[in-house]
Design a protein around this ligand. Structure first.
Ligand SMILES: Nc1ncnc2c1ncn2[C@@H]1O[C@H](COP(=O)(O)OP(=O)(O)OP(=O)(O)O)[C@@H](O)[C@H]1O
Length: 867
């Protein structure tokens, strides 16, 4: 017996019923009341209808009449229409639907109805009605009305031989714990304790598939009506959490890796005893084939493929899941996606069984499954195709970020079900409207899963899996139609690139094209039809090799890729990074490779977008930048020797090289900074590059930024680090101040003074925490800074303060000298020269200021020269 439901695909009959109801309602509104018997007689006289359609129209009008009258405060009963329309006695299913409508209206209007006495009013339909109303009440419970619950055990207690640890899941009728199986020496497992009904243990236990969580054992507590299902512990995160995290990330996910990252960030590391290495990337067996460097759509398609295959396996054993939703898919670290919770896997033969899993799953139900809740006899029809539909909704949600529609909470449960069912008929399946990055082929697959009529969907999980596999391999779909010709053409071209390239030559051989055109065509063809770099397994292997620090292997792979993809910046940058670690060639190929990469068009944009897609790249880039900086410093020391030491003969050309290198390092570091603006090492690297480039203003700004940042994150900055940065800032500030004093303009001099003040106070601040090896440098530099400030003050006519600077400078210089002498090292020519320069400055200061220092040189001993 089937209640005709309005969700049936619109056909002529339905349109006519709707039309009849609309006309009736308009007239009812105009007249305020209508005698339905007379109205119906008139109508059928004017427009005779065949029997079936007449019954459909009549029951539509009665429902409408009932609603209007209830709205006016009357409480009509369907029984009263039976006298006027005796033909209803033949309309079993329609009558059931009418009586149910009356029941809902009574309930909505606060008329407390006793189910038994209500059923007794309709003896001919009593049994079906009782069953329907039982479901109605189950739905009410699912909608949040209190239901009797057993007492579940809690963390810390025992359930048979299991010691229960943290609770990790909670359903309407179950609790899931991490537990120790004491009968197996305390082995860590997952124990799902649930009300002992349904056949979850038997069904799930009989399944043996790499993507379905297996069942180890079942234990019972008959007194409590509970049972425990022991399963292996598979650390992971449910897909609904993964989706939520991606959604909260605020940006549209772009790469398949985003799925893994959401899992890695969300997993409870302490609970599952997971190490940082476990989270580095999807390397476990269960992730084999995951397109880690592919697009987000490909990542989703792969998850869909795995789930469709797992469902197909279960369907082959006559097990239908019936509760496929993101919350029942666990993304695990080692085993990939895992299907969980086969609680509803067998048809619930009684309303109680159905109740066990009703709550929360309505939004993911196939239309025929919702219908089965209204008409229990239809449960037998809810099978493989309902699972295909639900999986379609999961894929739709993953691709669009839009959760499926919820039942309308304002309606009474039965009505809410019907309403949801109606909305299934008009469900928008246009994935690309929400996310234009999804290829047409994948959208076509999702659409086919979500067809209203089960006959129009994929006939099996296997067929769905085949289409998803075809999509991932860029092959034509076998069971759905890709509406985009362009996409099909590109897929074809990608698969047939060799043939195309060869054909370009054949056309040339036949003399149809000029040789130049042939060459151009061949070149273009090889570019157009080359598989996208990121899809190449070699590229993926190279990226993996760099991520796991196997640089020699990376260099090997990347050299080939650079040759094959001469216009792609990424392999060159990666090659630079790998070279710079592998350090195996005499030249500096690291920077050469980076330089070539950056000379390519769009290189910068590509780098930025890649850093976004693959975050470990930023760290490599930063390392590469700072490491190259270290190497280049040596070159700088040779090229720019301290005062007094001879400059190399080829100093000028070396300067040029240095400048070029610094440009590249600066570039690499700026890219790294854009991706991670709080990396202190990157900021310091950039300050150092700026200092070497003698851009003291930028260097000073970067260091100020760095110190402000470390003040915010006080806890993770070491005092030694802080004093190194302060020392560097005071050096840069002094150098800048020196540049400014010579400009001979008051404003610049004031600015110079501010900088010198800041430099001295930075030196004061780090005086205590300067490391031993830095002390001599510290005092030498302090003398220099104070001399510079003294000079600025002199020029600004600040005699007294200049005098005190001069005195302090002298003290610092003595300290410096003392440390140089006591270091045990012979005092080198460069130290001696530095001393002389400072001494000269001190004298000059005295000359400029005249009264400030009385011949300071007489009080300072020159250091002893090396014997
Ligand atoms: N074998 C397992 N390893 C790790 N975590 C698991 C495992 N099984 C279940 N979980 C966790 O427990 C959560 C709940 O599991 P499950 O869906 O089976 O129970 P439930 O939601 O209580 O079920 P029901 O919907 O039947 O009431 C899962 O989302 C997952 O986070």
């Amino acid at each position: 017996m089937t209640v005709p439901l309005r969700s049936d695909p619109p056909d002529e009959g339905n349109n006519r019923v709707d039309q009849a109801v609309r006309l009736y309602e308009q007239q009812f509104q105009r007249q305020g009341d209508i005698d339905l018997k007379r109205y119906w007689a008139d109508r059928t006289r004017r427009e005779p209808l065949d029997d079936e359609l007449a019954l459909d129209c009549l029951s539509g009008l009665i429902k409408s009449d009932l609603r209007r009258r209830f709205e006016r405060g009357e409480t009509p009963a369907v029984a009263s229409y039976l006298d006027a329309f005796p033909q209803l006695h033949q309309a079993d299913s329609r009558m059931l639907s009418l009586i149910y409508e009356e029941y809902c209206l009574r309930e909505e209007h606060g008329d407390v109805v006793d189910v038994d006495s209500f059923c007794n009013r309709y003896p001919d339909w009593k049994d079906s009605l009782a069953s329907q109303l039982q479901y109605h009440h189950l739905l009410s419970k699912a909608a949040g009305l209190p239901a009797p619950k057993p007492r579940f055990p809690e963390a810390g207690e025992h359930f048979e031989e299991f010691a229960l640890g943290a609770q990790i899941g909670k359903g309407g009728y179950s609790r899931v714990f991490v537990a120790n199986d004491l009968s197996l020496g305390g082995k860590r497992v997952v124990l799902k304790v649930s009300v002992d009904r349904g056949q979850e243990a038997e069904t799930q236990g009989a399944l043996d598939h790499p993507h379905i969580v297996p069942v180890n054992a079942v234990v019972f507590q008959p007194d409590n009506g509970l049972r425990g299902l022991s399963m292996p512990l598979r650390p992971g995160l449910p897909l609904d959490d993964v989706i939520r995290r991606i959604r909260e990330g605020g940006r549209q996910p772009r790469s398949a890796r985003d799925l893994w990252d959401a899992l890695a960030q969300g997993i409870d590391r302490d609970l599952f005893e997971v190490s940082k290495d476990d989270l580095a990337g999807p390397s476990g067996d269960g992730w084999r084939g995951f397109p880690v460097l592919g697009s987000y759509a490909q990542g989703v398609a792969w998850i869909g493929l795995i789930l469709a295959s797992a469902l197909d396996y279960a369907h082959g054993r006559h097990t239908y899941h019936r509760d496929v939703k993101p919350g029942n898919v666990l993304l695990t670290l080692q085993h990939g996606p895992q299907l969980l919770d086969f609680n509803l896997a067998q048809s619930p033969h009684s309303p109680q069984e159905a109740a066990a899993t009703l709550g929360g799953t309505l939004p993911y139900m196939a239309p025929e499954q919702i219908e089965a809740f209204l008409v229990p006899e239809l449960w037998g029809d809810v099978g493989a195709l309902a699972d295909v539909y639900s999986l379609g909704l999961v894929l739709h949600e993953l691709l669009t970020g839009q959760p499926p529609e919820l039942p309308n909470a304002a309606l009474p449960p039965g009505r809410a079900m019907r309403d949801l069912l109606d909305r299934r008929a008009t469900l928008s399946t246009d994935v690309r409207r929400h996310n234009a990055r999804v290829p047409y082929a994948l959208e076509a697959i999702v659409k086919k899963c979500l067809r209203l009529d089960p006959k129009d969907r994929y006939a099996s999980g296997k067929m769905l899996a085949e289409d998803l596999e075809d999509f991932l391999q860029r092959r034509p779909l076998r069971h759905a139609e890709n509406p985009s010709r362009t996409e099909q053409w590109f897929d074809w071209a990608a698969r047939n690139r060799r043939v195309l390239i060869a054909n370009a030559f054949y056309l040339g051989v036949l003399g149809l094209l000029s040789p130049l055109l042939v060459q151009l065509l061949a070149q273009q063809a090889s570019r157009w039809f080359q598989p996208a770099l990121k899809q190449r397994p070699e590229f993926q292997q190279a990226v993996d090799a760099v991520d796991r620090r196997d640089y020699h292997r990376a260099v090997e792979l990347l050299l080939k890729l650079v040759e094959e993809y001469p216009r792609a910046p990424l392999p060159r940058v990666y090659l630079g990074i790998a070279f710079s670690h592998a350090n195996r060639l005499p030249e500096d190929p690291a920077l050469v490779s980076y330089g070539h990469a950056m000379a390519l068009p769009d290189a910068e944009a590509e780098l930025k977008s890649w850093a976004h897609e693959h975050p470990p790249f930023i760290e490599h880039l930063r390392w590469f930048g700072t490491n190259s900086l270290e190497k280049t410093r040596e070159l700088v020391n040779v090229t720019r020797p301290p005062d007094g030491e001879p400059a190399p003969a080829d100093g000028q050309s070396m300067e040029k090289t240095i400048h070029h290198i610094f440009e590249l390092v600066d570039h690499a570091l700026r890219n790294a900074l854009e991706a991670d603006p709080t990396s202190k090492e990157t900021i310091q690297g950039l300050a150092t590059v700026a200092e070497y480039k003698k851009d003291y203003e930028t260097a000073h700004r970067r260091l100020t930024e760095l110190l402000a940042l470390s003040q915010k994150q006080n806890s993770d900055v070491l005092p030694a680090e802080l004093s190194t940065w302060r020392l560097q800032r005071s050096r840069v500030a002094t150098l800048r101040a020196k540049d400014l004093i010579v400009l001979d303009c008051d404003r610049d001099r004031r600015q110079a003074l501010d900088l010198a003040d800041e430099a001295v106070s930075d030196l004061d601040l780090c005086a205590r925490s300067v490391a031993d090896f830095q002390r001599q440098y510290y005092f030498g530099f302090r003398a220099e800074t104070l001399l510079a400030r003294g000079e600025i003050r002199c020029r600004l006519g600040m005699e007294q303060p200049a005098q005190s600077d001069s005195r302090e400078a002298k003290l610092a210089l003595e300290k410096w000298l003392g440390l140089a002498r006591s270091s045990g090292n012979p005092v080198s020519a460069s130290v001696e020269e530095a001393y002389r320069v400072r001494l000269r400055n001190l004298r000059r200061l005295a000359t400029v200021e005249n009264r400030v220092v009385n011949d300071p040189s007489s009080q300072l001993e020159p250091p002893k020269l090396t014997e």
